[in-house]
Design a protein around this ligand. Structure first.
Ligand code: GAP
Length: 456
């Protein structure tokens, strides 16, 4: 994995702390079980975070399912029997090399250590035990009896749910290769070293799609999905110079893959993975067919051929991607204080409108009771169309700053003139320009603004 040394000089080393602080301060992400001292490396998504995460997932679903005719959805169970993981190879080989430091007893993932001889916790030299393979799957028991027959696993990836349902989907959806099955959901891995906030956690969300193709078309579709998936991040506002597509070399390839490329983002610690696009061949369908005894192939009536489709898989992390959107959107700038002309520094999250948690904030100029009815009316007008915030306390300048930090693209201010002219002031997050818009035109105006940057 490339390290921070690969990062361009422009990379901001303080960005990580700034974003983590903002996440806590503004209600994006909280440490889990905080009142009990926290639960290591698990996080809860607060009022803003849950909107951000939903927008990431909905943007993925829109592009992968809604705007296509060749991909259908699935929501498979998280609890799963050992048979699935025996067939997929996870029971045997979904492992990381674990070492202990004999001096401080800390545990590490051997392949992620910067120096294989020095303990990063206590500095001891050559204090590591030999590496042993540690299986990352969470094991539990289904039902009241904790015996071998009741063993179940929390899925470590959503992918297998799509392979084991291949036949069901093929028979019910009227799709034929090339076609895909897409799924968004939680996955669980007992990571040895969870790290970097929500980047690597034990409980996380994935957005995966298995695209089933005729074997001789696999390479072409692999190239296609690499480009499509890279472009998705660009279209949603991540600058191109913070993204790259990196092909795995032979030693890095997973046991099932004949080709994998990662979409990588320039995190504050260097380039790291957002998504992997893999050419999985017929590994999965063949394995499940052999283990289950079910025929998992496709008969093409046009050619009279029967074959096991090959699979191209774009596999992304929703939680990790939400973090990348936060990092890419974060900006600070010197601005004139609105209405006063004095300089001040503002923090602004320049989210793409699709990703922004709130699209519009409705802000009465003051709490004066004469403004309440029309402010509620404006909120009621906008809520069916956009996710809105409503805030009537503090000076208007401070409320604008708060919305900047939440990444809200537009603020709508109701003032005393509104009572006479039935118009409001719309403030643009990025330019801070203000425009007076009649209430009758407001929804159409905002809709136009919020979708003007759409590629599709
Ligand atoms: N089905 C293939 C598969 O699961 P993966 O590269 O292991 O491939 C896909 O996972 C994506 O899931 C990764 O690119 C990453 O975004 C996300 N992911 C994997 N492990 C994660 C973890 N421990 N915490 C957060 N996200 C994770």
């Amino acid at each position: 994995m490339p390290d921070a040394a690969d990062a361009p000089a422009a990379n901001d080393p303080e960005l990580f702390d700034k974003v983590v602080n903002l996440c806590k301060r503004r209600g994006f992400v909280f440490p889990s079980a905080e009142i009990y001292g926290g639960f290591r490396s698990t996080y809860d998504y607060g009022p803003l975070g849950v909107l951000l995460l939903r927008n990431v997932k909905e943007s993925w679903w829109r592009s992968m399912v809604q705007l296509r005719h060749d991909v259908v959805g699935l929501d498979a169970a998280i609890l799963s029997p050992p048979a699935i993981w025996a067939a997929s190879g996870h029971l045997a080989s979904f492992t990381d090399p674990l070492v202990d430091c004999r001096n401080c007893n800390e545990r590490f993932r051997f392949d992620k250590l910067k120096d294989h001889h020095v303990c990063p916790n206590c500095g001891a030299r050559d204090s590591f035990t030999g590496a042993r393979q540690f299986n990352l799957m969470f094991k539990t028991h289904a039902g009241p009896v904790e015996n071998e027959g009741a063993v179940a696993y929390l899925r470590p990836e959503t992918a297998q749910g799509m392979f084991v349902n291949f036949k069901n989907v093929l028979e019910t959806s009227r799709k034929r290769p090339p076609f895909g099955i897409a799924q968004i959901g939680k996955s669980f891995r007992n990571e040895i070293t969870p790290q970097n906030f929500v980047f690597r956690t034990r409980e996380f969300e994935q957005m995966e799609m298995e695209y089933f193709v005729p074997p001789d078309e696999a390479e072409r579709w692999y190239e296609y999905w690499c480009q499509e998936r890279f472009q998705w991040y660009v279209d949603l506002g991540i600058p191109k110079d913070k993204l790259r597509l990196r092909a795995h070399d032979a030693e890095e390839l997973s046991h099932y893959s004949s080709g994998t490329s990662d979409v990588e983002f320039l995190f504050p610690w260097g380039w790291d993975e957002l998504e992997g696009i893999a050419n999985r061949g017929d590994y999965d369908l063949t394995a499940h067919s052999t283990h289950s005894g079910e025929r998992l192939d496709y008969f093409d009536p046009a050619t009279g051929e029967r074959y096991i489709p090959h699979v191209v898989e774009p596999a992304a992390g929703a939680t990790r991607t939400a973090m990348a959107f936060l990092m890419a959107a974060y900006d600070e700038e010197e601005v004139a204080r609105e209405g006063q002309g004095k300089g001040e520094r503002r923090v602004v999250l320049r989210f793409h409108p699709r990703i922004a948690p709130y699209k519009v904030a409705v802000l009465p100029l003051s709490k004066n009771e004469r403004l309440v009815p029309v402010s509620r009316e404006v909120l009621g007008l906008l809520q069916p169309h956009f996710m809105c915030d409503y805030d009537e306390t503090q000076a208007i300048g401070r409320r604008y700053r708060r919305q900047d930090e939440l990444g809200t693209p537009y603020c709508v201010t109701i003032d005393f003139d509104t009572l006479d002219d039935r118009a409001v002031t719309v403030r643009d997050r990025d330019s801070m320009d203000q425009e007076r818009i009649p209430l009758d035109d407001l929804v159409r105006y905002l809709e136009g603004k919020l979708t003007s940057s759409e590629a599709s």
